[in-house]
Design a protein around this ligand. Structure first.
Ligand code: RAM
Length: 850
């Protein structure tokens, strides 16, 4: 559902022909319901296939549309029309709906159920239910759930904007009486936020809903939340995302959401004051159950009366249980990421998060139950309060997360690396829950800007983050301070400081989304905010271009400190370079020139102040990694600095010491500076500290700290120690670009670099990426100096391939010399390898590597 009445279109075509490009397209958009007029673009001579703007008659709110496209290739051949795709317009953004925010009785002992009966006496052709809450809600219609979303409406700054959802409920309606019901919970609005307690936006949850009924006779009717609704105290004694849910089934009125349900104990709802916030159609994918996992009952059960189960994966969500009990019997579920040395559940790192659910039986027999309005970060669950321990098959893990399609997959010959890639992916799945968070387990779960700053490129290869991060950038804009600065978290109901590497997310995440998906719209949407931020950090840096901003620094480095001003100045130069590219992409050439100059000057200031005789002032691994990785120095300097970086790595017996900010650049810096073997050594290490150390220690997600679990088995600093934290997973981006070898050379992968660099003893690797232009693939195998591989390049794109060989004669494509292979142009060799260019198609190559 869109609020945007000027949407943009994109498509991917398939062609096996080499070098096939798009010469023209033709697009049609037709109304399916709700009014509006058709648009035929006519034949448009253009190669554009991403971010194509709608240019027809005004689209109509609440209307549904079908669209199709066909393309003509460079040989004049038209494709068939695409299968129809659909989209639907929302209600239109508004500050007020003609409906009331409703809730249950004040001071009730449990969370409210709300309902409204209505009668249908003529056939309905279409029914759309638009709903939102200050809090979290779940709807029921005629005894059935409406939609499969969890935690709707999602987290935003509820004082500024609230998203709403739309549900097609046509099939759930019946002639005669119908019953529409809702359950409410505090959600992020009224529930606990991090360790700061509940009620950060408001004290009690409330519902806002509008049901539009379109009848066969052409008439329509609205049913809205108003004083005609009824309320009853419900079964949820508590539902807090950090503390857990307490469900007392004795309090659930039987058949309450079914037509003809009894009216006993139901009272009129209370209506609350309107929100001043903008109501907007939800634009990102909802949180859903994305996977169900089986549990294993542990052999070792150290706690009397309690039984522990293992979900086999540090996951985020809840457990669904099948339980037998007597009325009034109370079951307790506790969750933890790890086990203590004695085999009991480890909960010390959850800090004040209780992460405990209770279920009280209402009647004899078996129930199938899962918490509805809380979630946990856990691998283990402990069940107590039953006469007999449930069978493992009665416990299932329901994985929750923003339901983003997976786009990138890399597999290698190393099981350790494959597990690392899985850990990174699970870090994203568990922490992308409406917003990108730092950790899903303890009393935190905040949208830390620094964490997504470093992780966004990896995340955007693993999954389609376009809608998700575009929505979060809106949340981030909502946090911008009058002086242009950004905080450490978004949304930010508390006021948490940001600074270098954190506040910069406005620029770096916008850039990452643009690079991954190729639509300049994200730049336009964020441009003013980014400009104000740039003005702020320029003001902080002053004429000397020295930026000291915030306190986190190279967060959680291993005793290898980098000064704040060095980090700040590096980021100033880096942001300015990204801004120059983004300004140019949206036609702001004067800005682009100004930012390019700033980038050059800040890099010069960086060199002058922090680099002497081939060393940085702090001599920290991070300082070298950023200087080289962020391209603040020229190639000759990079080589020299990388030599020193290698020494700093050797000084730690070939181990890393970088924190959140340095880690994403470390392996790039080593490769760029001429030490690819050392980069691979760091990647393949399995002793402390390293990525591989986590893997061989049994990790199934990324840890917050390199030493979250020490080699002697001790847990890291309990005041801040998460086992599901994606920041160090930023190495995924390097793995995709270097092992898979695939990176965007132009936004959206319209142009692609394919630069696979074998190393680390890997025998083979294979990567596939669903890009906006279509599937890109790169796989290779090495045997001594013999490398062979396959690449697939989508229609209408260009790939620049570089293979690690010395001479053109060392490379063949499809069994022919490189210069004679069909579809290959630009073959040349230099110190970096053998280069060639291809258009669309599938190519097989061999190379004798150097
Ligand atoms: C902690 C977490 C988070 C980090 C902040 C600065 O809360 O480690 O990931 O961004 O500190």
């Amino acid at each position: 559902m869109l609020d945007d009445l000027a949407p943009r279109f994109g498509w991917a075509s398939e062609s096996l022909r080499r070098g096939a490009t798009q010469a023209a397209y033709e697009l049609t958009v037709e109304p399916v319901f709700g009014g509006g007029r058709a648009w035929h673009s006519g034949v448009v001579a253009s190669s554009q296939q991403v971010g194509v703007p709608y240019a027809g008659p005004a689209l109509v709110p609440q209307a549904g549309y079908r669209w199709q496209v066909r393309v003509r290739d460079d040989r004049g051949q038209w494709s068939a029309w695409s299968a129809p795709a659909t989209f639907e317009e929302g209600l239109g953004a508004a500050r007020e709906w003609p409906a009331a925010w409703i809730t249950g009785a004040a001071g009730a002992k449990s969370l409210p159920l709300l309902r409204r009966a209505f009668t249908l006496d003529k056939p309905v052709v279409r029914a759309r239910l638009y709903a939102t809450a200050r809090g979290a809600y779940a709807l029921r219609l005629n005894g059935q759930p409406v939609g499969d979303e969890r935690l709707a409406p999602g987290w935003t700054d509820y004082h500024k904007r609230i998203d709403y959802q739309a549900y097609d409920v046509t099939a759930a309606l019946r002639e005669g009486e119908n019953m529409l019901g809702a359950m409410l919970a505090p959600g992020w609005y009224a529930g606990s936020i991090a360790s700061f307690g509940p009620g950060k936006y408001g004290k009690e949850p409330s519902l806002l809903a509008r049901l539009r009924l379109d009848f066969a006779d052409g008439s329509s009717q609205w049913i809205t939340t108003d004083a005609a609704w009824q309320a009853h105290a419900g079964p949820l004694v508590a539902a807090d995302m950090i503390m857990g849910e307490d469900h007392d089934a004795r309090r659930l009125p039987a058949h309450w959401d079914e037509p003809g349900a009894a009216g006993k104990g139901w009272r009129p709802v209370r209506t609350l004051a309107n929100a001043d916030a903008l109501l907007q159609a939800q634009a990102d994918a909802p949180v859903r159950v994305t996977e169900t996992r089986e549990a294993r009952r542990l052999d070792r059960q150290p706690t009397q009366g309690a039984t522990l189960y293992d979900l086999g994966q540090n996951m985020v969500g809840v457990v669904r249980v099948r339980l037998h009990g007597k009325p009034g019997q109370r079951v307790t579920l506790r969750y933890g990421e790890m086990l203590n040395p004695d085999g009991s559940l480890y909960t010390a790192n959850l800090r004040s998060a209780k992460a405990t659910d209770h279920y009280t039986f209402g009647h004899d027999g078996t129930v199938d139950w899962a918490p509805a309005f809380t979630f946990h970060g856990f691998r283990y669950v402990e069940v107590s309060g039953l006469d007999d321990a449930p069978a493992a098959s009665d416990i299932r893990g329901e994985v929750w997360g923003s339901d983003l399609p997976e786009t990138g997959v890399l597999t290698t010959s190393s099981p350790m690396l494959n597990q690392l890639l899985s850990n990174i992916r699970w870090g994203q799945r568990g922490n992308f829950v409406s917003i990108p968070t730092d950790t899903p387990a303890r009393d935190e779960r905040l949208g830390w800007t620094g964490d997504i700053n470093v992780f966004a490129p990896t995340a955007s290869t693993l999954a389609n983050t376009d809608g998700f991060l575009t929505k979060w950038l809106r949340d981030l804009r909502d946090t911008q301070k009058p002086d242009g600065d950004f905080p450490g978290v978004a949304p930010d109901p508390i006021g948490i400081d940001g600074g270098t590497g954190w506040a910069d997310a406005s620029v770096t995440v916008t850039h990452a989304v643009w690079q991954a998906y190729g639509d300049t719209h994200v730049i336009e949407e964020n441009y003013d905010a980014m400009q104000r931020f740039m003005a702020r950090i320029e003001a902080i840096a002053g004429p000397a271009l020295s930026r000291t901003h915030g306190n986190y620094g190279d967060w959680l480095h291993l005793d290898d400190k980098t000064p704040l001003d060095l980090l700040g100045t590096a980021y100033l130069a880096y942001d300015a370079r990204l801004m120059a590219g983004m300004a140019r992409a949206i036609g702001k050439d004067a800005d682009a020139t100004r930012y390019a100059t700033l980038a050059t000057n800040a890099a010069a200031a960086f060199q002058q102040r922090y680099i002497h005789d081939g060393r940085t002032l702090s001599d920290s691994q991070t300082s070298y990694a950023m200087a080289i990785g962020m391209q603040l120095v020229d190639a000759a300097q990079a080589t020299r600095l990388a030599g020193r970086l290698a020494e700093r790595v050797h000084a730690r017996h070939d181990h890393l010491s970088t924190g959140f900010l340095g880690t994403p650049w470390l392996l790039d810096a080593l490769v760029r500076g001429g030490h690819p073997a050392l980069a691979y050594t760091l990647l393949m290490n399995t002793d402390y500290p390293s990525w591989g150390y986590e893997v061989v220690s049994g990790a199934t997600t990324m840890w917050e700290r390199w030493n979250s679990l020490a080699p002697d088995g001790h847990f890291g600093d309990v005041t801040m120690n998460s086992f599901n934290h994606y920041a160090y997973g930023a190495v995924g981006d390097w793995m995709f670009r270097t092992i898979g070898g695939i990176a965007p050379a132009a936004p959206g992968y319209r142009e692609i670099t394919i630069v696979p660099l074998p190393g680390g003893g890997l025998g083979h690797a294979s990567m596939r990426l669903a890009s906006p232009y279509g599937d890109i693939a790169s796989s290779w195998a090495v045997d001594g100096v013999h490398m062979r591989g396959d690449i697939a390049v989508p229609f209408n794109t260009t790939a620049y391939v570089t293979l690690p060989a010395a001479r053109i004669d060392d490379v063949t494509v499809d069994g022919r010399p490189l210069t004679a292979a069909p579809g290959i142009t630009g073959a040349r060799a230099d110190a970096l390898g053998v280069h060639f260019t291809t258009g669309s198609g599938v190519y097989h190559y061999t190379a004798t590597t150097n």
